[in-house]
Design a protein around this ligand. Structure first.
Ligand SMILES: NC(=O)c1ccc[n+]([C@@H]2O[C@H](COP(=O)([O-])OP(=O)(O)OC[C@H]3O[C@@H](n4cnc5c(N)ncnc54)[C@H](OP(=O)(O)O)[C@@H]3O)[C@@H](O)[C@H]2O)c1
Length: 328
């Protein structure tokens, strides 16, 4: 028997929070946004039609006490600080939901707040895509865990219902540890390393041989997108059945090379560093602003990003021209 969830308080109004607020509200939930009293997002959330509570208002403490469902959707490193601020006004029956298990595992939140119920509802999609897919009535994958809740069955039902209202396909049931390791590892091994940097290295190798930049760009970025879509649609076996003999031989030549095979030992080191918490220690010592500025500088100066800007500008101009011709 499903619990009927009718309202949610979302802490934060960033990428995930905006998407959760819009999707859940469009699914019929009453959504309230909780922010710092000096938050630059108060006007935005109010203009989007949401009731806004402020952390430091007295009204907030009364109101949050009535919240049965609270989602903390701020950056992971802020969760401990936020819980320390609001712990006194959270009802012991409330379910506190995270979109990623990182802070719960890194800070060991269940041992610091044993009287609170922590659940996980982790979308496996970036926020902007989750909104677009919801609007198109298409689903995205995700995972839930009622692991750190007093009443696991009722919390699992609430998380399942919430996942449906968010636009998720039936979620996998996992542990916080599994979701945290998986998410961090996929970012490190593929999503934020091999994919963007592999595409860039391949583009740069072609440019060193003076291949035309548009040709190299389409070959490396556009075709990568199509290949991922094809594998996702047809499966790996079918993909290798349908590629050309040259593509098959060439791919296997690279795959069998010593350099490519060394990825296995890299992946094994990355996953060990997450499991043995070395990665958490590294994160604590990192100056994220400095790191982001350095990475952004490097990509802004890269030829592939400049090519992306040029081709996007051209395609915007072409679609405006086509629109003008249609109107004329
Ligand atoms: N981004 C994604 O697509 C994605 C995907 C899957 C899971 N997740 C998870 O979703 C959660 C939210 O990530 P996000 O990328 O959406 O975060 P985000 O956009 O960086 O969150 C920004 C929001 O957090 C608030 N905030 C920042 N520091 C705060 C503090 N110290 N106290 C109170 N509020 C603070 C900001 O407040 P102001 O408005 O006042 O500045 C803003 O509203 C994380 O657990 C993340 O791992 C994210």
């Amino acid at each position: 028997m499903m619990n009927k969830i009718s309202s949610i308080t979302i802490i934060g109004y960033g990428s995930q929070a905006k998407t959760w607020a819009s999707n859940l509200s469009d699914s019929g939930l009453n959504v309230r946004i909780a922010l710092r009293s000096n938050s630059p997002s108060i006007n935005l959330a109010t203009n989007h039609g949401f009731q806004v509570l402020c952390f430091d208002d007295e009204e907030y403490s009364n109101d949050i006490h009535k919240s049965e469902l609270i989602a903390i959707l701020t950056p992971d490193h802020t969760h401990l600080e936020i819980l320390n601020k609001v712990k006194g006004c959270i009802s012991k029956d409330a379910l506190i939901v995270f979109a990623h298990g990182f802070s719960v595992k890194k800070e060991n939140l269940p041992s610091k707040f044993p009287f609170l119920n922590f659940g996980l509802l982790a979308p496996k999609a970036i926020a902007s895509e989750m909104r677009e897919l919801y609007i198109k009535r298409e689903k995205f994958p995700g995972a839930i865990s009622p692991e750190y809740c007093q009443n696991q069955q009722s919390s699992e039902e609430k998380l399942t219902e919430l996942s449906k209202s968010l636009g998720m396909s039936p979620p996998s049931k996992v542990t916080f540890e599994e979701e945290t390791v998986c998410d961090l590892f996929s970012e490190q091994s593929l999503l934020c390393s091999l994919l963007p940097y592999g595409i860039r290295y391949a583009f740069e190798a072609l440019r060193q041989k003076n291949i035309h930049s548009e040709m190299a760009f389409n070959e490396c970025l556009y075709e990568s997108k199509l290949i991922i879509q094809t594998i996702e649609k047809l499966g790996f076996k079918k993909f290798f059945e349908i590629i050309s003999p040259n593509a098959l031989y060439g791919g296997q030549k690279a795959y069998a090379s010593k350099e490519f095979q060394s990825l296995k030992s890299l992946f094994s080191r990355l996953i060990d560093d997450i499991s043995n918490r070395k990665f958490f220690e590294e994160v604590d010592k990192t100056d994220f602003n400095k790191l982001r500025n350095n990475v952004i500088d490097d990509w802004s100066n890269s030829e592939i990003n400049q090519a992306w800007e040029r081709f996007h500008q051209q395609s915007r101009e072409q679609s405006n021209e086509a629109l003008d011709n249609k109107k004329a």
